[in-house]
Design a protein around this ligand. Structure first.
Ligand code: DX5
Ligand code: ZN
Length: 214
C-alpha cells in the first residue's frame, strides 16, 4: 500500500518544509490537486508549482488534473516534472487520445472518475491505463466526508482489472482517514490520497503511522 499526502491541505506559505515533514515518514508519492474553477468550483495551482516543487523532493509527483481541456496542459505538467498524471473522464471526449498524450511523455497515465460516473466507461481503454483514480468525494475541496457507496465501484474496478490479468493500481481520493482507508484497501485500492488526515494534523508522522495501521 502507498500513501500520497495531498498538498492541498498543506500550508502554502511553507510548502518546502511541509514536504520535508511528510518525507521524513518514508512517503514516496505526493499528490498535487490542480483545479481550474470551471470543471470544479475552486482554483488551486498550475504547472509552475509542480516545477518549483520538483527539485525539492525525490517523491513521485502525482498530478490530479481537475480541469477542462486537459490535453492543452499535459505537456506543461510533464515537462515541469510530473511522474503521474490523471485526467477526469468527464472532461475528455477523446479519452484514448488524451491517455496517449500522457504516455508519449513517458509518465504514468491515469483516469479519474467522479462519484456519479460508472466504472464501465473506462472498459474500452482499460488496458492503456497505469492507474485508475476513484473519487470518494465530489472533487473540488479537501476535508469532505467519504462516500461509502464508492466501495462497490472500487470492487468493480478490481474485478475489471483482475479478469484481464492487468497490473493497474487503484487510487482513492477524498475523505481517506484511518477508518475509511481499511475499507478501501479491502475493496481493492492500493494507493491512498490523504489531505486533511495528514496535513491537517499537528504531528504528521503519527498521522501517517495511523493510516498505515501502525
Ligand atoms: C479533492 C481532491 C483531494 C483532496 C483530498 O477534490 O482531489 O485530493 O485534497 O482531501 P481530503 O483527504 O482532505 O479529503
Ligand atoms: Zn486529488
Amino acid at each position: 500500500m502507498r500513501i500520497a499526502p495531498s498538498i492541498l491541505a498543506a500550508d502554502f506559505a511553507n510548502l518546502e518544509s511541509e514536504i520535508k515533514d511528510v518525507e521524513a515518514s518514508d512517503i514516496d508519492l505526493l499528490h498535487i490537486d490542480v483545479m481550474d474553477g470551471h470543471f470544479v468550483p475552486n482554483i488551486t495551482m498550475g504547472s509552475n508549482v509542480v516545477g518549483a516543487l520538483r527539485p525539492l523532493t525525490d517523491c513521485e509527483l502525482d498530478v490530479h488534473l481537475m480541469i477542462e481541456n486537459p490535453d492543452q496542459y499535459i505537456s506543461d505538467f510533464a515537462d515541469a516534472g510530473a511522474d503521474m498524471i490523471s485526467v477526469h473522464v468527464e472532461t475528455c471526449p477523446h479519452l484514448h487520445r488524451t491517455i496517449q498524450l500522457i504516455k508519449e511523455k513517458n509518465i504514468k497515465a491515469g483516469v479519474a472518475l467522479n462519484p456519479a460516473t460508472p466504472i464501465e466507461i473506462i472498459e474500452p481503454i482499460i488496458q492503456d491505463l497505469d492507474f485508475i483514480l476513484i473519487m470518494t468525494v465530489n472533487p473540488g475541496f479537501g476535508g469532505q466526508v467519504f462516500i461509502e457507496s464508492m466501495l462497490g465501484k472500487i470492487r468493480k474496478a478490481k474485478s475489471l482489472i483482475d479478469e484481464r490479468g492487468l497490473e493497474i493500481a487503484i487510487e482513492v481520493d477524498g475523505g481517506i482517514n484511518e477508518d475509511t482507508l481499511g475499507l478501501c484497501r479491502k475493496a481493492g485500492a492500493e494507493l491512498f490520497v490523504a489531505g486533511s488526515s495528514i496535513f491537517g494534523q499537528s504531528n504528521r508522522s503519527i498521522a501517517i503511522d495511523k493510516l498505515r495501521g501502525v
